[in-house]
Design a protein around this ligand. Structure first.
Ligand SMILES: Cc1ncc(COP(=O)(O)O)c(C=O)c1O
Ligand SMILES: [Zn+2]
Length: 400
């Protein structure tokens, strides 16, 4: 595994040492301060094929996302078996692949970023971690913190899917339910962290959640035979996965591991009840505006002002992609559609991606011959209460 060369600001390119824990850039003139990227010296890997570097045996010590240990920090992992999730070919669309992130520990892709963030926290000797969460990051932090014997302090909206509250509590985290949105939770973490001695592992406010999520980019390219798809549909809240995958593509090209060609169009998918990125993209803006009165049953997409909005917009434009928003009734219809016709119970966030695919086929932005990867970022089973409410399903009625 490579050791980290330095951390680099995504806004002003200032460099920092990774010898001590870092949050965001301290040199940025523009605010908010830039998120930091982890940079490595890959010179010893260049010229080597991926097969020579990545263990072929999935049961080896470096299984799951840690098979990409060669491009991750050189530290003992805190792992619960995250990553190397199934890439399922749609039964109806020959060129559509569903990346089933619901198969991760804690049932969502948040496991990847939090596994790496907690790994580094343990490496740095941090004892108390805090996070504002839309729900799934809370469950993931709680699990990895428990595995590492570190305190977890979680702030999440009171109306998150019940599973998120139950799992975080079961793992022994300190959970505060907030009457508000993730932005209110973030403010509470910021207000208390200094006094309480918490290290803030909010989305993009430390460098390692991006590193964990970048493994999705490595995986999807490897699972497609080291080739890019034509488009990637990503349900976007804070956008860490999108940013992480784009970083993976940069690295794959630097390493010479991907067949040269056009990068995938990156499609950021949101709900029309909270669509700051879709609006900013349509306006041609460089940053988003705070979305007022955010409301959607796709709770992971209820992020009114993503911290990394400027990076997301750069990636969407550089890739020839776009951002779009679907209504909750369209998302619910896609949950039904994939459950009944594909045998897959999508999360509302994942169903936003599948609904967006249908939409962009209908508009002609994509054709059926374009190879696409649709991210189901979480398991539908984590959302039984919110999906039941959206379906007007009641147990008493079902028994009658
Ligand atoms: C299931 C699910 N999908 C998507 C998202 C959005 O993720 P990101 O913040 O990486 O954009 C979340 C965030 O909570 C989520 O839980
Ligand atoms: Zn900076």
């Amino acid at each position: 595994m490579p050791s980290i060369a330095y951390l680099e600001c995504s806004r002003c390119s200032a460099r920092f040492s990774a010898d001590t824990p870092k949050t965001v850039c301290t040199q940025c003139v523009d605010q908010p301060a830039g998120a930091l990227y982890v940079r490595y010296d890959f010179s010893h890997l260049c010229g080597k094929s991926p097969e020579a570097v990545i263990p072929a045996d999935p049961s080896s010590a470096w299984s799951g996302m840690w098979r990409y240990g060669a491009v991750l920090p050189d530290v003992e992992p805190v792992t619960l078996g995250e990553g190397w999730t199934p890439m399922l070919r749609s039964k109806r669309h020959a060129n559509a692949w569903l990346k089933e992130e619901g198969a991760n520990p804690t049932g969502s892709f948040k496991a990847r970023g939090l596994a790496l963030a907690v790994t580094m926290a343990r490496h740095y000797g941090l004892r108390k971690l805090a996070v504002p969460s839309a729900g799934n990051a809370a469950g993931a932090l709680a699990a990895y913190a428990a595995a590492a014997d570190i305190e977890a302090h979680i702030f999440m909206p009171r109306d998150v899917p019940f599973a998120n509250y139950v799992e975080a509590t079961a793992y022994g985290a300190n959970v505060t339910l907030v009457d508000g949105l993730i932005s209110d939770c973030a403010r509470m973490v910021a207000e208390h962290k200094q006094q309480e001695g918490w290290f803030d592992i909010s989305t993009l406010k430390e460098p390692f959640r991006i590193e964990g999520k970048k493994t999705m980019g490595y995986e999807l390219v490897e699972q497609l035979g080291w080739e890019y798809p034509d488009a990637v549909f990503y349900p976007t809240g804070g956008g860490v996965g999108l940013i992480g995958m784009w970083k993976a593509f940069d690295e794959l090209e630097q390493l010479g591991w991907v067949k040269p060609g056009k990068r995938p169009r990156m499609i950021a998918v949101q709900s029309s009840g909270c669509a700051p990125m879709a609006r900013a993209f349509d306006l041609g803006a460089d940053a988003s505006q705070m979305w007022q009165d955010a409301a959607t049953f796709a709770s992971g997409l209820r992020v009114p002002k993503p911290y990394g909005d400027y990076i997301i917009l750069q990636i969407l434009r550089a890739s020839g992609g776009m951002a779009l928003a679907l209504r909750d009734d369209e998302i619910l219809a896609s949950i039904h559609d994939w459950a009944r016709h594909e045998g897959i119970f999508l999360s509302p966030e994942g169903a936003a991606a599948t609904a967006a695919y249908d939409h962009l086929l209908a508009t002609g932005f994509l054709t059926a011959s374009d190879r696409v990867v649709l991210f189901n970022t979480g398991a539908g089973l984590k959302y039984t209460d919110v999906i039941a409410a959206a379906m007007n399903l009641e147990r008493s009625a079902a028994q009658a």
